[in-house]
Design a protein around this ligand. Structure first.
Ligand SMILES: [Zn+2]
Length: 180
């Protein structure tokens, strides 16, 4: 099963999310599963306490309408990361999202949407997100720096290199006129 997860710099969410999905797979009839073999939004929301499904086109982040094709978003405030993606739907933790600047919120959503269209690779999803932000006008160079600050781990973290590397790759994508 493909589990494309969010932000991916902390490294602690994947096991839990995959574990929840496996439990869900074991606990639900095949009717609850999408053709991809992963959970459906309804199936996911049913096993996540207090989760709710936002229909495609109805999600707003800081007043901006967010869309990702015809994919719904599940709001799951128990998710142990800001966002995540299963094939066919996105997941956001609205409590964590409330703590970050608008540019970071929109980038997280677009990053998860990038997984829907471009697959599990993190750098590709990052690139998709910043190019979409540039095209749609919500991502300025200052906003990109806010995103870099967001993914920059605390000093001494072993993930430091990976955060800086992702930021550098995003700067290049943002400046690249070719859409990847
Ligand atoms: Zn990701």
């Amino acid at each position: 099963m493909t589990v494309a997860r969010a932000l991916c710099m902390a490294g602690h969410g994947l096991g839990k999310l995959a574990g929840a999905a496996l439990l869900l797979l074991a606990a639900t009839a095949s009717g609850a599963l999408a053709q991809t073999g992963g959970p459906t939004p309804e199936g996911y929301a049913a096993q996540a306490n207090g989760a709710k499904i936002v229909s495609p086109g109805e999600l707003r982040l800081d007043g901006r309408r967010m869309t990702c094709g015809q994919r719904p978003t599940v709001i799951d405030d128990q998710l142990d990361d800001y966002g995540a993606a299963f094939p066919g739907f996105l997941i956001l933790n609205s409590k964590l999202m409330a703590r970050v600047p608008t540019s970071v919120k929109l980038w997280i959503y677009a990053h998860e949407c990038g997984h829907q269209f471009r697959g599990p690779d993190e750098e590709t999803a990052d690139c998709f997100a910043v190019q979409r932000g540039r095209r749609q006008g919500w991502l300025t160079p200052e906003g990109l720096e806010e995103i870099c600050a967001f993914i920059r781990p605390s000093k001494g973290s072993t993930m430091h290199f990976s955060g800086s590397h992702r930021c550098e790759a995003m700067r290049q994508c943002y400046a690249d006129p070719k859409v990847r």
